[in-house]
Ligand binder design. Sequence first.
Ligand code: HEM
Length: 477
Amino acid sequence: MSTKITNNFTTELWNHTNNVFLKRSDLYKYTTTATTTTMNITRSFSSTCHNSKSDSSSSATSTTTNIRTSSNQVAYWLIGTSGLVFGIVILGGLTRLTESGLSITEWKPVTGSLPPLSQEEWEEEFRKYKSSPEFQQLNSHINLDEFKFIFFMEWIHRLWGRAIGLVFVIPAIYFAARKRTSPHVNKRLFYLCSLLGLQGFVGWWMVKSGLDQEQLNERKSKPTVSQYRLTTHLGTAFILYLGMLWTGLDILKENKWLKNPEKCIELFKKLDSSKLGPLRKMSIFLLGLSFITAMSGGMVAGLDAGLIYNTWPKMGENWFPSKRELMDPNFTRRDDQKDLWWRNLLENPITVQLVHRTFATLAFCAVLYVHMYAIKKKPLIPRNSQMTLHALMGVVTLQAFLGITTILFTVPIHLASTHQAGALALVTVSLMFMNQLRKPRMQIKNVINSSMAARLKHQANGNVGKRIVTETFNLVK
Ligand code: HEM
């Protein structure tokens, strides 16, 4: 008899709790472990209680023994470091805009950390610069003091890069050794570290292209860096920045969910809904498009293509330059002109500017479309994503405005630099939008569900337990 009562009690309790606090389907939908035994639930719940008392930011162990999350400190460090990457991108842009990037003619990763310290050392550095194509062809008029300015611009850029290396690598090792990072995040940190190392090499590879007269002859270019290499350097910096930010945001988001599992139920329901699928795909598309638009901007910057056609929306007198200008045979390097198209698309400043204008227009229209779509589907969309999308609409409008003024005023340094910061802001908000719409990882769903089930059981014990016991006894009687 007593076994029968216990069995009935457990089943009834489970049913009642599900009906009282959550529709059963809601709970089961989020988990594959909804059949957790009472023992597991209890273990998971006591662990949740323990965690909610302690500061989750200092604990890498999450609500159950099944998952290890990274601490919030790791997230703050990653987001802070991504801020340093943001800063170095802007500084890199200023270095280019002040034409300082080719002032240091060597790459000494360690000894180069110190600038020249005596008059002789400055003279020696200036002597090396004097033998560079940039000095000989463009800057032969500058004196030592002017050289010191461009030298410092580039030196600070390189020093900042080294500092990012240290600020990233040392804490990464520390956090991993202290088990403050989950295996999932460790993998990402490894990739980010490798990318950071690569970024240094790409930087030097880019500078080399502006110092080597042979390469300049091949490109028939004045002494500037190759637009391909500049854009690669810009692209890897963007990826590094986005990778750090994404990982940091992910950690904060998951820790927040684990701390307040009951607050996730509504959100998870929306994120899991198939009706959100199209918007999720659109968010990926928007990030991709913002990134490609930014890279096409890098090509404009690399070719100084903003110094021509300083009108908007028309390009000169017409909406589009003539076909002859856009597909200029002077840019081909083959007799059969088979490379006419791609060389013009990537090397002809007029065509490259038109490409950037086209991508920018597409990006603006795409955000506008998604914004309108989201307004129509408002009830389906989590509230934080709605807010982010409004911000995205604002940022893309501002960015287009900055691009237009940069063109109209023939690329003044302050506008060009703000436009570059705007591009970073645009990819940041696009990334946040995409991140907020991502479905939670299965492991996280499982943990949240276990802890929800445990809470339900706990509440049920207190609130409805008595009633069910009475009902169960009545049934048995
Ligand atoms: C809406 C999205 C846009 C994005 C994401 C974007 C992004 C960028 C980026 C990343 C650069 C490279 C900056 C650098 O490395 O210094 C750039 C350069 C440039 N963009 Fe845009 N841009 C957008 C719209 C526009 C528009 C609408 C125009 C003008 C019609 C424009 C004109 C320019 C010009 C002239 C440059 C070269 C500036 C320089 O030489 O430093 N952009 N853009």
